[in-house]
Design a binder for this molecule. Structure first.
Ligand code: ADQ
Length: 428
């Protein structure tokens, strides 16, 4: 936004008793933000409800956690209409409009209903589910019809894109041009393509040069001393495969008890979406599993797993990543996963650590030289950890060098440029 100008519009994150739908305009760090508050009912039905208890689990293959409630569905549509009403007066004739993520799928169609003729693009940050799962959503066709109102739809990977094509072919009898991404239904055409998101490489490197980053690195090195540090940094979410990861680490210690003194695992997991029941459950499960392993394997001078339930700045994360010889990123499914890229970006090119990455993260399609694992298999995780621990410097450098161009050059600025250029060019 700093590079492009324009306005960032969204929910303020605040609840107010009787929100007047009033837009609060602010300018910070060269970015203008326009936000509105939501009522407690809207937050409950729209954000905690339909977005995070229906769409999020369903799109992450967790039908067992997906709630189907007509009321929250209505709340989702109501709040999207409220967003459209609030933002439309801010949109000028030649503006590009770029809508982000599953909370806002119907927003483009709501803006069209208000007569907006601008080019409107949409990017989905999470996976697109397989058709068999997606059709379990009541009114799934209605939701996708709103999506087809965008001029350009972006997905993280080819896999999610193809899954969307498959749905459009089967449910709407659409003609799909796989090469151009054109989806034609009757006389209506829209375009969908894959745009893998990247990190802000320059900014992250600059963070790595700060005192906070150096302090964090030193803190970790001095507290782990002769042990190898292995790190995981994830939002506390059931899609991130945290209990499964702890099982894999437990399996590793079972197989190599002599290495308990050689390896320390640091899990940084700030709580998220704490008002949603399934997030309270995952937190309790993770605490229980971590406690079990620490109970069984700790000594008076040693704790095998450090579990930290808070967030850190990107500078501090850079330092922690750099001090860790193994990065463990093992989601059960993930649209992309930026932590995998950040871990690599923080490594010393002359002595890089090893990234262990889930084959089910979108990032695995770009980072094939990571040690790829099946996150559901504790044995697979345990042997990947052993492989990483034993990996020689030469191989670590080789793998790092092969992945470097992707994380450095296919960065978030390129991603923005490609999407926005395409949005300007597609036949609207
Ligand atoms: P997320 O599910 O939030 O994003 P991810 O891509 O890993 O997942 O991004 C998380 C971001 O939060 C990273 O920048 C990371 O550094 C930061 N973060 C995580 N834990 C942190 C902590 N303890 N302290 C501070 N910062 C922390 C969604 C999709 C992903 C997709 C992104 C971007 O689920 O698949 O990659 O959007 O499109």
């Amino acid at each position: 936004m700093q590079d492009y100008g324009g306005i960032w519009f969204g929910w303020s994150g605040q609840e107010s008793e009787e929100p007047a739908g009033q837009v609060n305009l602010q300018r910070n760090d060269g970015v203008t933000t326009a936000t509105i508050d939501l009522s407690a009912r809207d937050v409950d039905e729209y954000y905690n409800g339909y977005a995070n208890s229906t769409l999020w689990p369903l799109f992450h293959d967790r039908l067992d956690l997906t709630e189907f409630e007509r009321e929250t569905g209505k709340g989702y549509e109501r709040v999207n209409e409220l967003f459209a009403e609030s933002v439309s007066p801010l949109i000028e004739q030649d503006d590009l409009v770029w809508v982000h993520d599953y909370h806002l799928i119907p927003l483009g169609e709501r803006l069209r209903a208000r007569g907006l003729k601008n080019r409107i693009g949409f990017f989905l940050h999470i996976p697109w589910p397989p058709m068999r799962l997606f059709v379990s959503l009541p009114y799934h066709k209605r939701l996708v019809r709103t999506m087809l109102e965008y001029d350009l739809i972006g997905f993280q990977t080819q896999e999610w894109l193809e899954s969307f094509f498959h749905y459009c072919r089967k449910e709407f009898g659409a003609k799909v041009n796989d090469a151009t991404g054109e989806i034609t239904i009757g006389r209506h055409t829209t375009v969908a393509r894959a745009y893998p998101i990247g990190i802000d490489w320059d900014h992250f490197q600059a963070q790595g040069q700060t005192e906070d980053a150096r302090d964090a690195e030193q803190r970790l090195i001095s507290s782990t001393r002769h042990r190898t540090a292995m790190i995981g940094v994830d939002r506390l979410d059931y899609s991130k495969g945290l209990p499964e990861r702890i099982d894999g680490i437990g399996r590793f210690f079972d197989g190599y008890p002599e290495l308990v003194r050689k390896l320390v695992y640091i899990q940084i997991a700030p709580p998220s979406r704490e008002d949603v029941g399934s997030y309270q459950d995952i937190r309790a499960l993770l605490e229980q599993k971590t406690g079990q392993i620490n109970g069984a394997r700790s000594e008076v001078d040693l704790v095998p797993i450090r579990y930290v339930n808070r967030g850190y700045s990107h500078a501090e994360l850079f330092g922690f990543f750099r001090a860790s010889k193994i990065g463990l990123v093992t989601p059960l499914i993930d649209g992309m996963n930026l932590v995998a890229k950040e871990y690599l970006a923080a490594q010393d090119p002359e002595d890089p650590g090893v990234l262990i990455l889930s084959q089910f993260a979108g990032a695995a399609q770009q980072l094939a030289e990571a040690v790829l694992v099946n996150p559901y298999s504790p044995d697979g995780l345990a042997s990947a950890i052993k492989t990483a621990l034993d990996m020689k410097l030469e191989e670590r450098k080789q793998r790092y060098a092969a992945m470097l161009p992707t994380i450095r050059d296919e960065n978030v600025q390129e991603w923005t440029k490609q999407f926005c250029n395409d949005l300007e060019l597609v036949d609207a």
